[in-house]
Ligand binder design. Sequence first.
Ligand SMILES: [Fe+2]
Length: 80
Amino acid sequence: MGHGGNVIEELMADHHEVKELFAQIEAQPVGHPQRRELADRLTAELVRHSVAEEMHLYPAVREHVRDGAVLADKELADHA
Ligand SMILES: [Fe+2]
């Protein structure tokens, strides 16, 4: 996370970055070393991002959004 930035903006930028990484991975032939390297980066990015959402976003969703608990539980299941 950046310092003092908007959490939602950070998380949305992560989503964009992850989509880009997926596209880059799909552009590489299976077995290409670059594909493995990109997949490793994507894995690290997704773990970091999921932890950030679980720490900062879902607690607020549970508290402030109608049916937020159901929504947060579904997102947690998706991450798993
Ligand atoms: Fe996310």
